[in-house]
Design a protein around this ligand. Structure first.
Ligand SMILES: CNc1ncnc2c1ncn2[C@@H]1O[C@H](COP(=O)(O)OP(=O)(O)OP(=O)(O)O)[C@@H](O)[C@H]1O
Length: 193
């Protein structure tokens, strides 16, 4: 079954005192209203996940990123047997090289959170199982099934940690990007604030 394709990106910065922070925002509309989420959304026709991530980052936060600076960190599939239209497949990226000044959008108001103080209780239920790992540089390929309340994960696949696994979309490899155990997720080098 081909699921609707979405992307999510986690923008990183390093504070002057050496803490790593991630940009999240409370979703103002649509699926996951009120949850803190990364920047992302649906792929438009003909877009690759990377193309969509560049566009969504700009639309939702005002920041500019280069496709080549997005680090692919894996693929998540969300299954909603009680609301099949919500099931989707999400390509996950982190990005520590970006430019611009974050600004509020229709979708969310960007905020910075310390990597060690994520608002996991106010995020989608699955995030606690993979987001800290992804921000620490650990790729994720996993499936999460939500229950009748449409909010609680009732089943998930064992986390598959496969360094070197090619990250593919339905039309082919993402610009040849390859996840390695040395994915530079935390190489923070940006010129924004
Ligand atoms: C179910 N558990 C979940 N856990 C973590 N993150 C989740 C998620 N479910 C959706 N997401 C994220 O939400 C965005 C799509 O949301 P979705 O409402 O489909 O799209 P959105 O309305 O933003 O799309 P447009 O910007 O209009 O294209 C996209 O980043 C996606 O990764």
């Amino acid at each position: 079954m081909t699921l609707p394709q979405v992307c999510v990106s986690y923008i990183l910065r390093r504070t002057d005192d050496g803490r790593t922070q991630v940009m999240l925002g409370r979703k103002k509309k649509g699926l996951g209203l009120g949850n803190f989420v990364g920047l992302g959304g649906k792929l438009e026709p003909g877009e690759t996940p990377v193309d969509a991530a560049v566009r969504e980052i700009h639309e939702e936060s005002g920041l500019s990123v280069r496709a080549s600076d997005l680090v692919p960190m894996g693929r998540l599939r969300y299954w909603f047997p009680h609301r099949p239209a919500w099931s989707q497949e999400s390509s996950v990226f982190v990005c520590s090289i970006w430019s611009g000044t974050p600004k509020e959008s229709d979708e969310l108001n960007p905020e910075w959170f310390d990597q060690g103080a994520l608002p996991l209780a106010e995020m989608w239920d699955d995030a606690k199982q993979w987001l800290p790992g992804v921000l620490a540089g650990k790729p994720i390929f996993a499936d999460f099934t939500f229950g009748a309340d449409l909010a609680t994960v009732v089943e998930h696949s064992a986390q598959v940690d496969q360094p070197g696994r090619e990250c593919q979309d339905h039309t082919g490899p993402i610009r040849g990007s390859r996840i390695t155990s040395e994915s530079p997720a935390l190489v923070v080098d940006h010129n924004g604030s």
